[in-house]
Write a protein that binds this ligand. Structure first.
Ligand code: MIC
Ligand code: SF4
Length: 644
């Protein structure tokens, strides 16, 4: 069979299973990454396995999310992460060095390799032709221990690109157009593989924007071929020895095709509060703005900032607008300083932030009450910006810069002569300096792991009860995000290493009484949900904290991939309605009972009695044999300890 790139890489890393779409396979993981907000739990899990050094080719711990340090918590976490990395043979990227996905593509991503990261935007590195997958921190801990990573063999969709983007139109508009077509749940179980003559017209950082935001489609990953453009980028990073050409075979087979003519793409915008609520800017009513943010792992490359600066040059940010800008990495930050781009941004009135996640995840720059914000990041979920009633739109850096000047969401071509953007390319004159990246050391015997009071032990669940008899503690709608379940932001994110403390905020934006009610419920409880439950982030705290509060079952119409795995990792049963209409028949506080749980886990078919209303419904679970064992053992850590 003529092979596509995805199958080539999976084949060369296959440990178990058959590469038939829908079947569970497991693959060898070459590289791992974590970031600070998910990393602390991941390293606590790794530590519990008692393995002295990671068993990967490269493992990197990035510190990029919790950099605000409004109290001691984040600083404690940073010291813990630095010392535990040193102890176990892991690179540590210190705060200030930049955002994990941007950095990983710059310094470590390599064609043909596999990467597992405890962040949903890990697929960004697919821009260099690797299989890069987001997962929960527990799964990454297992990969660091040398365990193969289990996943459902995806369908591979060929996204054929033709033509060339017009000036003023960006890679962001391409992925927004795909989101418009496929929606936030359209990518579940799929890999998007970009091919066609349009590919060579896109720089690596443009490809990064596209692979990054594939996460919003729910795909397993996205990737580009490794071609001459990839070679030039890796050469500029001083890493050309890690480059290999990786192209699909001629007439390679795919499970589906989608064609996009880049020349036909127009400036787009995602409206509040979902990344798939996409429209063409020209179809949007005049929208007044209070805030613009140019940054995040999606759009903070050299060329992104250079184009924004070219639009802003000689102008001043609109009086009603606050513009903030953050470079994606120290490398990019230094380069824009060297080339005078930073000066243009400062002169226009931009508020320059450190190279970190920042406003993207509600750490600083919260919009005013009922404010309207336009951002180049990838998620506009309600409340994520830090202001509950803010309206957040997503668009390209070009649109963001043009809109910051006019004060309304604007097409760049209506604000400047967009031909000035044509000559701005991604710079290959890179400033490579790895001094903020601490390399592993040989002798780790004397390294002491330092744990401040913010580092609390990883709570675990015992084995599943054979009879679960508990109330429905909350009933939620379709597309509930992990931001809904376990909010982020400047106040809550610093508690990521302290599960008892963070668990008080579970479902805080939807029902602030939830945590208290759950904790007080004697036998724990059920969560009842609609389609695509747990979409968005990889944060395992969206499973771990509910587990800590006593949640035993999530009964939903369907689940997002990473969250489904996280629930199993922490011993929560993910059940699906056999008949989706039964969702309407359950109310909050109904008492639900499942008997013979252990036997039913093995069969994966369940009967749930609604004792309050006096009827029974059917449910099922999609579990591999390994996942059944994990659930019966009371979660992944218990399971793997037995195995090791
Ligand atoms: C996000 O963008 O939501 C995050 C914060 O990067 C998360 C990880 C986390 O919650 O720590 C993600 O995308 O996985
Ligand atoms: Fe950081 Fe935002 Fe990217 Fe998540 S999406 S890694 S919070 S910049």
């Amino acid at each position: 069979m003529k092979q596509n790139i995805t199958r080539k890489i999976l084949q060369s890393h296959l440990v178990e299973g058959q590469m038939i779409a829908g079947e569970e396979i497991s693959i060898k993981i070459d590289q791992t990454l974590t970031q600070d907000a998910t990393g602390t739990m991941s390293y606590l899990a790794f530590e519990a396995l008692g393995i002295p050094k990671v068993r990967t080719e490269v493992s990197v711990s990035y510190i990029d999310h919790n950099t605000l340090q409004a109290g001691f918590e984040n600083a404690d976490d940073h010291i813990f992460l630095q010392t535990i990395a040193k102890k176990h043979g892991i690179y540590c990227s210190r705060p200030g060095n930049g955002i994990c996905h941007q950095l990983h593509t710059e310094r470590f991503a390599a064609p043909g390799k596999t990467l597992l990261g405890s962040d949903s935007h890990t697929p960004t590195s697919g821009a260099l032709g690797m299989i890069a997958i987001g997962a929960g921190g527990m799964s990454v801990a297992m990969a660091m221990a040398g365990q193969p990573f289990p996943l459902v063999m995806p369908q591979v969709i060929n996204v054929k690109l033709t033509g060339k983007l017009r000036p003023g139109v960006a890679a962001k508009d391409v992925i927004l157009e795909i989101l418009r077509i496929m929606t936030v749940k359209g990518g579940v179980g799929k890999v998007l593989e970009y091919t066609g003559p349009g590919v060579e017209t896109l720089s690596i950082t443009e490809r990064q924007t596209i692979t990054n935001m594939g996460a919003e489609l729910g795909v397993t990953t996205s990737l580009f071929p490794s071609d001459k453009v990839a070679y030039e980028f890796m050469k500029a990073q001083g890493r050309e020895e890690n480059w290999v050409e990786l192209l699909p075979d001629e007439d390679a087979q795919y499970d589906g095709v989608m064609e996009i003519n880049l020349a036909e793409i127009e400036p787009m915008v995602a409206q509040p509060s979902m990344p798939d609520k996409v429209v063409k800017i020209k179809d949007l009513e005049k929208t007044k703005l209070h805030q613009v943010f140019i940054g995040s792992c999606t759009n903070a490359s050299y060329s992104d900032l250079a184009k924004a600066a070219a639009i802003l040059e000689g102008k001043c940010v609109h009086p009603d607008v606050s513009l903030s800008v953050a470079a994606g990495s120290k490398q990019v930050f230094e380069m824009i300083a060297r080339d005078g781009i930073l000066q243009k941004l400062i002169a226009s009135g931009a508020r320059v932030l450190e190279s970190a996640c920042g406003p993207c995840v509600g750490i600083g720059q919260a919009p005013p009450s009922a404010g309207v914000s336009l951002r180049t990041s990838n998620r506009n979920f309600r409340g994520r910006s830090g202001t509950k009633d803010a309206q957040v739109y997503l668009a390209s850096p070009e649109v963001a810069a043009a809109s910051a000047i006019t004060g309304v969401i604007s097409d760049p071509k209506d604000v400047v002569d967009v031909n000035i953007l044509e000559s701005i390319k991604e710079s290959m004159d890179r400033i490579v300096d790895d001094r903020m990246l601490e390399a592993p050391v040989e002798n780790t015997d004397d390294v002491v792991v330092r744990r401040g009071p913010n580092i609390q032990p990883l709570p675990l669940r015992g084995q599943l009860d054979d009879v679960i008899s508990a109330p429905c503690l909350i009933k939620v709608e379709d597309n509930i995000t992990t931001d809904d379940i376990m909010p982020a932001g400047a106040k809550i994110l610093p508690l990521r290493s302290n599960v008892p403390a963070i668990s008080q905020y579970v479902f805080n934006g939807i029902d602030p009484t939830f945590a208290k009610r759950a904790k007080e419920s004697e036998n724990g409880g059920f969560i009842v949900a609609g389609e695509n439950y747990g979409q968005g982030s990889s944060r395992e705290h969206a499973a771990l904290a509910p587990m800590y509060l006593g949640i035993q079952v999530v009964l939903a119409k369907s689940f997002a991939r990473i969250h489904h795995d996280n629930l199993i990792n922490y011993g929560i049963l993910p059940l699906r309605f056999t008949d989706a209409a039964d969702y309407d028949r359950i109310n909050q506080d109904d008492k639900l009972v499942i008997k013979n749980v252990k036997e039913l886990v093995n069969k994966s078919e369940f009967v749930i009695a609604n004792e309050t209303q006096g009827f029974e419904i059917k449910a099922y679970a999609t579990l591999s044999d390994r996942q059944k064992e994990v659930l019966l053992a009371g979660g992944q850590l218990n399971f793997i300890k037995k195995l090791l």
